[in-house]
Design a protein around this ligand. Structure first.
Ligand SMILES: NC(=O)c1ccc[n+]([C@@H]2O[C@H](COP(=O)([O-])OP(=O)(O)OC[C@H]3O[C@@H](n4cnc5c(N)ncnc54)[C@H](OP(=O)(O)O)[C@@H]3O)[C@@H](O)[C@H]2O)c1
Length: 246
């Protein structure tokens, strides 16, 4: 199968590319570093020539709702339009568990993305996953001010990005299925504890302070509203196993 991976250089995207190539698929990765801008659409039509399936794992780092909606609307809209014109037959999108329960901040963009995909004439699959294990390491970096890290209180059930990538390639191979079962990791944790473990592993003496972040998105994260529900698929690798393997 010919597969295009939008965001193929990212945290989950690089696993998607490696796994798909390992299973014998022809893979093209789409990112700005590789000459394709998914927001403007520059280079996209050429890159999608001959592609059967798009796996969309492009991302923006913003927490701002409007910027997130603008990004995912532009990127997904461009891929669906250009993909349809190029003869793509299946669009696989990765979303986040709870995208419909807290449509604020970054999550507002994910919901906009899901709506575009699920109303598209291009046959589709949407997989929602929980936070990747890498999220805690990213949070340590972003929330650090000198020897202190300020981490919002959040319940999470983190999953291995590699296992999410496997599920996405499985979905590409299975063909369009609509919404598939959500995928979460094997254990429930608090984000601050994971950030502390990352700091210890990196040999950093860091005081990790948990605080109550304002707004509907963080309230939902705090209350566990964005955790996977019964019937979700459960990943194998625990956070500790992931951290020890780094
Ligand atoms: N991180 C998590 O914990 C998590 C959990 C569940 C679901 N997800 C979903 O998984 C997806 C991927 O997340 P990630 O954390 O793996 O992303 P990431 O590491 O931030 O990677 C983002 C990718 O998108 C590309 N990209 C960004 N802007 C682009 C543009 N204008 N044109 C072309 N490519 C662009 C980047 O390459 P360039 O910068 O070179 O363009 C990179 O390859 C997202 O949809 C996210 O919502 C993430």
């Amino acid at each position: 199968m010919n597969i295009a991976v939008a965001g193929g250089t990212g945290t989950v995207g690089r696993h998607v590319v490696t796994i798909a190539r390992g299973r014998g698929h022809r893979v093209v990765s789409l990112s700005r570093a590789e000459g394709v801008d998914l927001v403007s659409g520059s280079g996209l039509a050429e890159a999608l020539g001959g592609v059967d399936t798009v796996i969309d794992v492009a991302n923006t780092q913003t927490l701002n709702g409007k910027k997130s909606v603008d990004f995912f609307t532009a990127v997904t809209g461009n891929m669906l339009r250009t993909g349809t014109a190029a003869g793509v037959r299946h669009h696989v999108a990765l979303s986040i568990v709870g995208a419909d329960k807290a449509s604020a901040g970054y999550y507002a963009g994910k919901l906009a993305q899901e709506n575009l995909v699920s109303h598209s004439e291009l046959p589709w699959t949407i997989l929602r996953a929980t936070q990747f294990h890498e999220f805690a390491a990213q949070m340590l970096q972003r929330s650090s001010v000198g020897p202190v890290a300020l981490v919002p209180r959040m319940a999470t059930q983190p999953v291995a990005a590699r296992e999410v990538a496997e599920a996405l390639v499985n979905a590409a191979e299975a063909g369009p299925q609509g919404r598939v079962a959500d995928l979460g990791g094997p254990e429930r944790k608090y984000l601050a504890d994971l950030v502390r473990a990352c700091a210890r592993k990196q040999g950093q003496k860091k005081l990790v302070i948990e605080f109550t972040a304002p707004g509907p998105l963080w309230r939902a994260m705090r209350n566990g509203d964005l955790l996977p529900v019964a019937g979700s698929a459960v990943g194998r690798q625990t956070f500790s196993e992931w951290l020890n393997a780094r």
